[in-house]
Write a new protein. Structure first.
Length: 398
């Protein structure tokens, strides 16, 4: 044992020295460890003198290509789209004077010293979109309905009184005109090319705060049966559309107009929910007809109808769809059609009638001078029969 002890005593300093040397070597050259292989140094270019470079320079990531940087910028910011579209979105302020009776007519003799009437000013705010250099502006009909004074303010600070060129209540559109030079004009896009999932931006005079921009996606196209207008074909979006946004722009990420914001559906008053916009393809046609004729000419037959209860059934217990005739306008073509009050119209030109709005919209889309064929069920009658309704231009006063 004494011999082994002497050998261990002799070798221990050398073993410690060897381990220390190995640690120093690994520290200086990590590539000596198993699985680690040093990358060969880059070959110098022809005619160049090799030089040593810091290790950090070899591990820095290569800079991104300009195209990649541009793609990242497009995803992270919509500033360019807003810069293109926002100047053509205007604020609309309108007002009218309303005369109200303060004292009921029956009680007026008992209060001779009280003013019988009073004047009150009603104000409304909304948004609009400049369509052309001539100063035509598209907005919602409900923004300016009944208003006596309309003022338009641009983002550059200019303002001007607006004249009403014409309205189309069936689509909730109105066209105004201002006389200013060098107007910013909105670039019109194609609403028929929108797809569910496309990113859109809503621009308008939200909540009276001045121009605001919100972002969302298209969640549906061709929405109808909402009770917002007679002719409905809305773009549905989750971009926040608040009070004051009505008549404002719905644009793409390229800054092109695809819709006129018109309404929201929300559980809370006006703050968030589902928004609807009138497609720009429809706006184009309405604006062109209003500018040319001062109005939009739509079909009309003069029959008054109402919807049917959803649970209505016939004598065999089968569901009944359609609309019920409740009357006729004096002098309208419907008075000579053979229809009677109480009749139920179930089909129009072979297509089922499922709602009041659907029936009236189909008639409005017919050209004046044409006719439509309707299938009718008369209460107490033996079997359904067909009738023909002549279509004329809808009167201005109705």
């Amino acid at each position: 044992m004494s011999r082994l002890t002497r050998i261990a005593t002799f070798l221990s300093p050398w073993i410690a020295l060897g381990l220390a040397a190995a640690l120093v070597a690994v520290y200086l050259r990590p590539s000596l460890l198993p699985g680690q292989q040093a990358a060969p140094p880059p070959s110098p270019a022809a005619g160049a003198t090799p030089t040593s470079a810091p290790v950090a320079a070899l591990t820095e990531p290569a800079p991104e290509a300009p195209a990649t940087l541009a793609r990242h910028a497009a995803v992270s910011s919509y500033a360019e789209a807003v810069a293109r579209g926002a100047p053509a979105v205007v604020n609309i302020s309108s007002r009218r004077v309303v005369v109200e009776r303060q004292v009921p007519e029956m009680l007026a003799p008992f209060f001779p010293d009280w003013p019988e009437f009073r004047r009150r000013v009603e104000q409304s705010r909304g948004s609009g979109v400049i369509l052309d250099p001539a100063g035509h502006i598209a907005t919602n009909f409900h923004v300016i309905k009944g208003m006596q004074e309309i003022v338009v303010q641009l983002t550059d600070g200019r303002s001007a009184p607006a004249t009403l060129v014409g309205t189309d209540p069936d689509t909730d559109l109105a066209i105004l005109k201002i006389n200013l030079r060098n107007l910013p004009v909105m670039q019109l896009g194609r609403s028929d090319q929108l797809r569910v999932g496309d990113v859109v931006l809503a621009i308008g005079n939200s909540l009276g705060l001045g121009q605001t921009v919100t972002q969302g996606i298209v969640s549906a196209t061709g929405r109808s049966q909402l009770g917002l207008a007679l002719l409905e074909n809305f773009i549905q979006t989750d971009a926040a559309i608040n009070p004051g946004n009505s008549g404002g722009a719905l644009i793409t990420t390229a800054g092109e107009l695809v819709g006129i914001n018109t309404a929201i559906l929300s559980h809370q008053e006006g703050i968030e929910g589902i928004g609807f916009a009138i497609p720009v393809n429809l706006v184009r046609g309405v604006a062109a007809e209003i500018e040319a004729k001062g109005r939009v000419v739509r079909g009309w037959c003069g029959v008054g109808v109402q919807g049917l209860p959803p649970d209505l059934t016939d004598g065999r217990g089968q569901p009944v769809h359609g609309v019920q005739v409740v009357g006729f306008y004096v002098g309208s073509p419907a008075t000579a059609s053979g229809l009677e009050r109480g009749d139920v119209i179930t089909d129009l030109d072979g297509a089922p009638v499922t709602s009041y709005q659907g029936f009236m919209g189909a008639i409005a889309r017919k050209a004046p001078g044409s006719t439509v064929r309707v299938r009718v069920i008369r209460p107490g009658g033996a079997r359904p029969f067909d009738a023909t309704l002549p279509i004329i231009a809808r009167p201005l006063e109705r």
